[in-house]
Design a protein around this ligand. Structure first.
Ligand SMILES: [Zn+2]
Ligand SMILES: [Zn+2]
Length: 322
């Protein structure tokens, strides 16, 4: 009897210790920020409670290529349906649903199909707030995303949300087509779905975002350009930087950016893969091309750690913020 009483005490004590450890783990977990690369310029950033998506594009349709030196090109042997500009913009719902279960916020950098095609479905399915330009929000309206979910920004806003704050930063689009790309087009109000690929593709201006989340400041770009003066005063510890080939059109792209940002601890290249290829295709040529970006960053900022992300692989942030 004494013995079984003792055993009972040991069991309860063990259980209490285990529960305490679990409590501590979940407390730690709630402050742990984890990033996940979704391909193209797409990211998920979450602390396990709040999920923020940036330019989520899971469909990876066999769509039109961007003008010269863009980061999408037709893949030889691709037997999937070819989408042209006049075709109805049809996301791959199965691909989205396989990878996106929940979202609280979707940040959109600009209204190009490789950034926005999947956002109406994600917004309708998750109820997430969509933050973006007027052009982006007009595309959401066309698909019936409720007004209450739409937060229109132009760049310069610095907003507090319950678990993070967000600065929308004026930016500029990648200098595609050897600097000949330029667009002042925006998606107009009053459109009604179904829209064509062309209708969801007027740039509508370009934004970057600074997310302050727990002890981290994460700066996210949706392409290969930035406005240097808008970087002044930002101190991100993590920067998602456009690493496609069109960055080479820009004077001292990586050097100017690293200096302006005061040498962030972590750089994650974004928009570097061939987004016209399905997830399962080899990205070997893009990975090889990415090496020159890694070298540029390390040359400009030797203490920065460049992490080449793998699709959907969690990247936990555990470095203390500056
Ligand atoms: Zn674009
Ligand atoms: Zn793009």
């Amino acid at each position: 009897m004494v013995k079984s009483g003792f055993m009972c005490f040991v069991l309860v004590a063990t259980l209490l210790i285990a529960l305490a450890a679990q409590d501590q783990r979940s407390a730690e977990k709630s402050n742990q920020v984890v990033l996940k690369y979704l391909g193209t310029a797409g990211w998920e950033i979450t602390d396990g409670t709040t999920a923020i998506l940036i330019d989520p594009y899971l469909s990876r349709i066999n769509g039109p290529a961007p003008p010269g030196a863009g980061s999408g090109h037709f893949m030889a042997g691709d037997t999937r349906r070819v989408y042209r500009w006049g075709d109805v913009a049809s996301p791959d719902f199965a691909a989205i649903d396989a990878h996106i279960q929940r979202a609280d916020f979707v940040l959109v950098t600009h209204t190009h199909y490789d950034h926005i095609l999947d956002v109406p479905h994600i917004a309708l399915k998750t109820g997430a707030a969509v933050i973006g330009t007027e052009s982006t929000e007009n595309v959401m309206r066309a698909y019936g995303v409720p007004e209450g979910q739409l937060i229109t920004v132009r760049g310069g806003e610095d907003y507090q949300f319950s678990t993070f704050s967000l600065k929308a930063i004026p930016s500029i689009h990648s200098p595609l087509d050897h600097k000949h790309y330029f667009s002042s087009a925006m998606a107009p109000a009053g459109m009604k779905a179904p829209l064509t690929l062309e209708q969801i593709h007027p740039e509508g201006g370009t934004l970057a975002y600074l997310i302050r989340f727990h002890s981290h400041q994460i700066l996210a770009f949706g392409g290969m350009n930035y406005i240097e003066r808008e970087m002044v005063g930002l101190e991100p510890d993590v920067a998602l930087i456009g690493a496609g080939a069109s960055r080479k059109e820009i004077y001292d792209y990586s050097g100017r950016l690293m200096r302006a940002l005061h040498y962030p601890a972590i750089v994650l290249p974004t928009h570097w893969d061939n987004f016209l290829a399905p997830f399962e295709a080899s990205q070997q040529p893009a990975l090889e091309a990415l090496q020159s970006f890694v070298q540029e960053i390390v040359a400009a900022s030797p203490k920065t750690r460049v992490i080449v992300p793998k699709y959907f692989e969690p990247i936990p942030l555990d470095t203390p913020a500056k």
